[in-house]
Ligand binder design. Structure first.
Ligand code: VG1
Ligand code: CO
Length: 545
């Protein structure tokens, strides 16, 4: 039976860069989850209600995923949805959820994930709403959701028993149809359309070796189905392929710290041809060639320069979009191709309008996110497939492709330094002081470099005209070097300061430098300008990418 439960607002339920993320204990306590789900439904409910509408639900399999899915299903039924599509065992990678929403013309979806954040009873949980285009809700909607969380006084649910998430097929919850679907089928079918699977099968048959680390997170089943079963890659190609509620105790963040085992294998004597890893919810990708790490910013540029080699992009690309902190490597490719390059704030939600309007085909972020107009999320397995398709056509190694790319376009040396879990008020003060300092930097010299612009990035969406302010402090020097500072919007304890540093090098004889060495003077400048050591007491970043 449907019922209305009285509740009171819970403070601070503001969605960050990518939905609402908190500790599991917080999510699982009292009415935390139902409050947020009801706030979403209240904020997005059409005039006619949800009659006849479909909601997609799935998550990355982390601790509390199943319980949360049962709660969402009961609430969807009580709120009048006609149908829920849920991945078997509650599993849907973020890009697969986006694919399912689009494929089945759903009203939208609720994706349960805290992405790259650790899982388990002491770990993190998260939830976000994606609209009918399959993409994360725009800021206007996340603001409306937040407003609803602040005045909520009831939520709607039913007293029906749990749905059997293991059984593919149809079940009923009150008047609502629940379809448990194969979590990978729609996604695999889409990939088959985009890429030359026969060529990839031949590539693997010829002895090409891939090592894909699923990090015990959601991409395991997708990678297994595609690389090993469809394309015939050797058994064992997919490592850590079984999704675990606590990701095996690891941090499912495909960076050089948490994917160190893969990095070591790729730098070792018997390295495979391509190494890749994905994050908790499957939207990120790390690409490492034999003996060479490809920075995500470079990966975006190299994929853009070669995308026409894959069937889906044979006609060329309409444009590229990158987040502001992402390096300018992609801009150089866009210029050469004669297509526009857009610079958006951090977070995939800002790409949605550009993709929907057909202004761009490829998008990327320095944080290991790349994707295209095939869905409205970044997509880890897709990026690996595009790299494979390019490698199959060019018949060169990742290293050769990278070196040729740099020789042709120049190299953007790039690094990100993260200072994790610093005191929130210290972080706020640091950013405030820096913002003040920025005001009179333009036109001045810093360590012999002339500052061309120093500002707080704001973005005017060219499609809907909305303005997003305070998206990161940036200093752009006249010689093209750049330092960017911003606070993370996805962390769950304290604050994380991210410092992004970039320098362009056009001279091919200087393309072989070690990244940190190539950027050493700018790294020192970035530190001293913000007073990071003095203010936070940190002598070094927690993670360097
Ligand atoms: C980080 C990344 C950002 C990414 C976001 C969500 O955000 O920097 O580029 O879009 O995570 O990625 P922040 O605010 O912590 O810097 V995912 O894979 O967690 O959905
Ligand atoms: Co993610």
């Amino acid at each position: 039976m449907n019922k209305t439960v009285a509740t009171i607002p819970i403070a601070g339920m503001k969605p960050g860069t990518s939905g609402l993320r908190k500790k599991v204990v917080e999510f699982a306590s009292g009415h935390y989850l139902p409050n947020f789900v009801q706030a979403v439904f209240d904020a997005v409910k059409p005039e006619a209600g949800f009659a006849g509408q479909t909601l997609v639900v799935g998550g990355d399999g982390r601790y509390y995923n199943r319980e949360a899915i049962q709660t969402v299903i009961r609430m969807a039924a009580a709120n009048g949805f006609a149908r829920v599509l849920v991945g078997q065992d509650g599993i849907l990678s973020t890009p697969a959820a986006s694919c399912v929403i689009r494929q089945h013309v759903a009203f939208g979806g609720l994706i349960l994930s805290a992405s790259h954040n650790p899982g388990g009873p002491d770990g993190d949980f998260g939830i976000k709403f994606n609209g009918a285009n399959g993409g994360p809700a725009a800021e206007k909607i996340t603001d409306a959701i937040y407003a609803c969380t602040e005045k909520i006084n009831r939520f709607l649910t039913t007293d029906t028993p749990d749905v059997d998430l293991g059984r593919i097929g149809v079940q009923q919850v009150e008047g609502m149809r629940v379809e448990v679907i194969d979590a990978v089928a729609d996604y695999v079918a889409l990939m088959r359309k985009l890429f030359d699977f026969p060529a990839l099968t031949r590539l693997f048959a010829s002895g090409f070796r891939l090592s894909f680390d699923a990090m015990h997170a959601v991409t395991g089943p997708y990678a297994h189905a595609i690389f090993e079963l469809e394309l015939g890659a050797a058994p064992g190609t997919v490592r850590n392929g079984v999704p675990l509620p606590d990701f095996g105790g690891h941090h499912p963040d495909p960076n050089l710290v948490h994917a160190k085992e893969l990095l070591d294998r790729m730098m070792g004597p018997d390295a495979p041809d391509l190494g890749a890893a994905s994050d908790g919810d499957g939207d990120r990708n790390l690409i490492i060639g034999r003996g060479i790490f490809i920075s995500p910013s470079d990966s975006l540029a190299m994929l853009a320069a070669n995308a026409h080699l894959a069937p889906a992009y044979r006609q060329g690309i309409a444009g590229i979009a990158r987040s502001m902190p992402t390096s300018g490597a992609a801009d150089r490719v866009a210029q050469a191709l004669g297509v526009p390059c857009f610079e958006t704030p951090t977070g995939w939600k800002f790409f949605g309008n550009l993709l929907d309007a057909g202004k761009v085909t490829l998008c990327g972020e320095e944080s290991a996110g790349t994707g295209s107009d095939h869905v409205r999320e970044k997509d880890g397995v897709w990026a690996v497939l595009l790299w494979l398709n390019i490698l199959a056509v060019r018949q060169q190694s990742v290293k050769q492709i990278a070196h040729e790319h740099w020789a042709h376009f120049g190299r953007n040396y790039y690094t990100r330094h993260d200072y994790e879990d610093i005191d929130s008020s210290v972080a706020k003060d640091l950013m405030q002081a820096l913002a003040l300092r920025m005001r009179d930097l333009t036109g001045h010299e810093l360590e012999g470099r002339l500052v061309a612009t120093a500002d707080d990035f704001s973005y005017l969406d060219p499609v809907d005209g909305s303005l997003s302010k305070n998206q990161g402090l940036r200093i752009v020097f006249e010689d093209g070097c750049r330092i960017v500072y911003r606070l993370s919007g996805t962390g769950t304890s304290g604050a994380t300061l991210r410092v992004y540093i970039e320098r362009f090098e056009g001279n091919p004889t200087r393309h072989g430098m070690e990244t940190q060495a190539a950027l050493a003077d700018l790294i020192l400048l970035a530190e001293s300008l913000a007073g990071i050591r003095v203010r936070t007491g940190r002598l070094a970043p927690s993670v360097i990418t």
